[in-house]
Design a protein around this ligand. Sequence first.
Ligand code: FAD
Length: 312
Amino acid sequence: MVKAENITIIGSGPAGYTAAIYAARAGLSPLMISGLEQGGQLMITTDVENYPGFEKPVQGPWLMEQMKNQAKSFGTRILVDFVKDVDLNSLPFKIKTEKEVIKSNSIVIATGAKANWLNIKGEQEFMGFGVSACATCDGFFFKDKDVAVVGGGNTAIEEALFLSNLCRKVHIIHRRDKLRAEKILQERLFQKKNVEFIWDSNVTEITGDLEKKVLKSITIKNKNNEINQLSVDGFFVAIGHSPATTLFKNKLQMDNDGYIFTEPNSTKTDIDGVFAAGDVTDRLYRQAVTAAGMGCMSAIEAESFLSSKKII
Ligand SMILES: Cc1cc2nc3c(=O)[nH]c(=O)nc-3n(C[C@H](O)[C@H](O)[C@H](O)COP(=O)(O)OP(=O)(O)OC[C@H]3O[C@@H](n4cnc5c(N)ncnc54)[C@H](O)[C@@H]3O)c2cc1C
């Protein structure tokens, strides 16, 4: 019998840590490979107000430290390493990291996703202080204020619709003269009285008071190269997300944008014993709590798989 891990969790965001907590408490002695961004996306944010259990806002890095400590307290082993390749052809699966090859009888993929950014001046500097890629996460900070959303696809329109119920004014800036989003979403948005469109334009710079960490305005350049300043309190970049799935390409079923396919109401992928949880499979909700929920599901499903194979 080849010696192999029961379960290896790839990624250390909310999905990964929750999978680890459940797997460890089920006696599976999980191994986690943390990746380069230990703690995942919440490590780059400040106030988190919508993760249940906390009356007051908590800091993203603090929340992730708690999850890590909780996972470790039940015996999760954490390897600070990066997965370069996987062989999912037969059990035990093989996971090639920067440092070693790990054999594992089940895998939870929790490698997350990243928002696509414009890479313009001021974007990094004001991130978390006016610049965001998540209206559900940060929209409430701009209640009754003026914001701008950049993008023209479904994500942008959904973000703008969400913000239009909270903010005084929502400007949508799009580089073309029409939206790409589904018609039904467009119609809903066109009915909103507090939404204004700025067509054929790009945002080129974000400015504000860096010391006070307050965003003040954005610079917009239209197709005639005319430049205008727009005063806003918040700026939402909604030009899509990229799931971290390159290494699973042609090995697991995914959609055209690289989100790993899972069975409905499950984290099972098209390969028995391989599960996907969190933003890596979720193009819709993209929240810490939904990622954590899927992490829980993946560990329970992995346990059931291992038991069906008489591995545990
Ligand atoms: C600025 C910002 C603010 C946010 N605010 C909120 C908020 O207030 N509330 C909320 O609910 N959500 C918020 N979100 C969204 C939330 O962070 C994500 O939904 C959540 O982190 C997804 O969790 P995850 O575990 O699926 O993946 P992630 O958090 O993306 O973690 C992915 C993990 O996988 C690892 N990884 C990737 N590739 C590899 C590899 N090849 N090998 C090993 N490891 C790998 C990474 O290092 C990382 O640890 C915010 C996101 C951002 C960017």
